[in-house]
Each structure stands twice: as structure tokens, then as C-alpha cells.
Ligand binder design. Structure first.
Ligand SMILES: CC(C)(COP(=O)(O)OP(=O)(O)OC[C@H]1O[C@@H](n2cnc3c(N)ncnc32)[C@H](O)[C@@H]1OP(=O)(O)O)[C@@H](O)C(=O)NCCC(=O)NCCS
Length: 146
């Protein structure tokens, strides 16, 4: 199972930041965003991004990524991360995570772990294994030290 799917199955995606492109009543492309956590950091995970083959290379994928980033920014999300191709997402504002900063619940090609920082410092706090935000242990939920 893909690492990103493993995280997404732990909780739902965020409908307010997920979008579809519709033509003639048919969905031709979609993007989803899921709230994730790593260490003290929080972010939205973008994906899957999918465009029906007949509608590829028309700029729909790029547009959906831009719309999702705008929605994340408006909603006050600190950062957006994803597992994807740097040649595609780099020009859309994504950079590679430093190697070893984050890990996924399944093995991934580290060159495909990308981030787009919205709030300064958000990416530096995003450290360790990425999980669905709903399953993250917040500091106040940890057992009190006796
Ligand atoms: C990847 C995908 C979302 C792109 O959507 P799209 O609407 O066709 O893309 P756009 O029209 O916005 O951009 C097209 C450009 O991106 C390039 N591109 C597409 N996939 C690419 C990739 N994996 N790596 C680098 N460039 C890529 C195209 O060659 C094209 O380049 P050009 O503008 O120089 O001609 C779509 O091809 C798709 O659904 N693929 C299968 C699922 C997938 O791989 N999803 C991404 C992982 S989350």
C-alpha cells in the first residue's frame, strides 16, 4: 500500500480544501487534502491529484494545485506537503524536505517528499513520522510525568 494512502485511511480528507473539476456533469479531475502531523508540526497533505487521461496537459492539474494551496492559505494551514514528482510540483512552489527530516509509514522515495511552506517556521517543526492529524498525540494527551 502506498504511504500516502496508509495515512489517508486513518481519517478522512478535508472536504473544505478538496476540489473537483467538472465538465458536462462529469468529474474530470480532482485533488484532495488531508490534515497531517509530524512531531510538533501540522500540515495539509495534498493528494491524490488526478486528471482523466483525455483531459491531461491542459493545465487542469496545475490549476487544481493552485486552488488547493489558496484554500490552505485562507484556512490558516501552516504548510502543505505531498509525495510526488519534483519536476511537476517544483514549479508549483514545492521543495524537497531535507533527507531524514520526515518519514512515512511505508517506504517512499525520499526525493518525492515535498513541501510548500505557508507560515514561516512551519516546515522546521514538521519532523518525524507523518500521520493523520486525527491520530496524532498532542502534548497535553501524553501521560503526566509523576
Ligand atoms: C500528474 C497529473 C495530475 C498532471 O495533470 P495535468 O492536468 O495533465 O497537468 P498540467 O496540464 O497541469 O501540466 C502538464 C505539464 O506537466 C508535465 N507533467 C505531467 N506529469 C509530470 C510528471 N510526473 N513529472 C514532470 N512533469 C509532468 C507535462 O509534461 C506538462 O508539461 P508542459 O506544460 O511542459 O507540456 C496527471 O497527469 C495525472 O492525473 N497523472 C496520474 C496521477 C498522478 O501521477 N498524480 C500525481 C501524484 S499525486
Amino acid at each position: 500500500m502506498l504511504a500516502a494512502y496508509k495515512i489517508r485511511e486513518s481519517g478522512g480528507h478535508d472536504r473544505s480544501m478538496s476540489f473537483v473539476a467538472v465538465k458536462g456533469g462529469t468529474v474530470i479531475a480532482s485533488v484532495r487534502m488531508t490534515r497531517v502531523a509530524a512531531g510538533a508540526g501540522r500540515a495539509m497533505m495534498l493528494g491524490p491529484l488526478a486528471v482523466r487521461p483525455a483531459f491531461k496537459n491542459l493545465g487542469i492539474g496545475r490549476r487544481l494545485v493552485a486552488i488547493a494551496l489558496e484554500a490552505a492559505t485562507k484556512a490558516g494551514a501552516p504548510a502543505v506537503m505531498l509525495v510526488g514528482d519534483e519536476p511537476y510540483y517544483g514549479p508549483l512552489g514545492f521543495k524537497r524536505f531535507p533527507r531524514g527530516q520526515i518519514a512515512m509509514p511505508r517506504p517512499v522515495d525520499l526525493d518525492r517528499l515535498l513541501h510548500h511552506e505557508i507560515k514561516p517556521g512551519a516546515v522546521a517543526r514538521f519532523v518525524g513520522e507523518v500521520c493523520h492529524a486525527d491520530t496524532a498525540r498532542l502534548p497535553e494527551q501524553l501521560p503526566a510525568m509523576a
